[in-house]
Design a protein around this ligand. Structure first.
Ligand code: SF4
Length: 215
């Protein structure tokens, strides 16, 4: 397991690699961002960005979703995986936001998780992006990277989420969500991680093994 100072060093290096990018999902309003994150489960951000423009011309705020029937929302999002469930969640979330939260996405982990289709990962991603809240949304990339490096030893993203919640400092959570997701997508990929050019290889359990194998 890594020490606090090793974790700090590792996260600083990863944050340095992706200093400016906040999210790869396209959106203009907070509700559009929530919709995009709901659609992005089991779907690439690229596919979501191809799908959302026609829907977003009609839907900017939660109250707008009530102008569309469920069948219409389904048609707009039919190119993404599990679109029927996602369309239902988008509609129900919009209605709940209007009726219970005054049309505003709540800056509160428990409240936002009460929206249909919003689990802990989605909730943390939305809060991190919209409110700069101190949360790391643990997707499969973050789960894989944290285990490879040796910051956690866990079996599921949910377990990784719980361990990181305790292990990372408030300041680390504030800055590391976006860099970690991008690091997992483009550097420490599932199939061919770029260990040979990785700035944290000597601190990474997986990278260290690979390095020793080359000697
Ligand atoms: S050394 Fe390899 S496995 Fe470790 S973080 Fe870097 S790219 Fe990922």
């Amino acid at each position: 397991m890594k020490t606090k100072s090793q974790i700090s060093h590792i996260l600083t290096e990863i944050a340095r690699m992706y200093p400016d990018i906040r999210t790869e999902l396209d959106y203009e309003t907070p509700f559009q961002f929530l919709i995009a994150v709901i659609l992005s489960a089991q779907t690439t951000d690229k596919q979501v960005n191809k799908t959302t423009p026609p829907l977003f011309t009609l839907v900017r705020e939660p109250e707008d979703i009530g102008n569309l029937s469920l069948a219409e929302v389904e048609r707009f999002v039919s190119s993404v995986n599990f679109y029927k469930n996602k369309a239902k969640f988008i509609r129900q979330s919009g209605e709940k936001l209007v009726h219970e939260f005054g049309g505003i996405i709540p800056n509160d982990l428990k409240k936002i998780q009460s929206l249909p289709g919003v689990g802990v990962k989605t909730a943390k991603v939305v809060l991190a992006v919209l409110y700069d809240a101190p949360y790391v949304g643990v997707d499969t990339h973050v789960h894989r990277v944290m285990n490879r490096i040796g910051i956690v030893k866990t079996k599921t993203p949910e377990e990784t989420d719980r361990v990181l919640e305790k292990k990372l400092t408030h300041e680390q959570k504030l800055i590391i969500h976006h860099p970690l997701v991008l690091f997992g997508r483009y550097h420490c990929m599932a199939r061919k991680p770029k260990c040979e050019s990785c700035p944290i290889r000597e601190m990474c359990d997986y990278g260290e093994k690979m390095f020793k194998g080359e000697e």
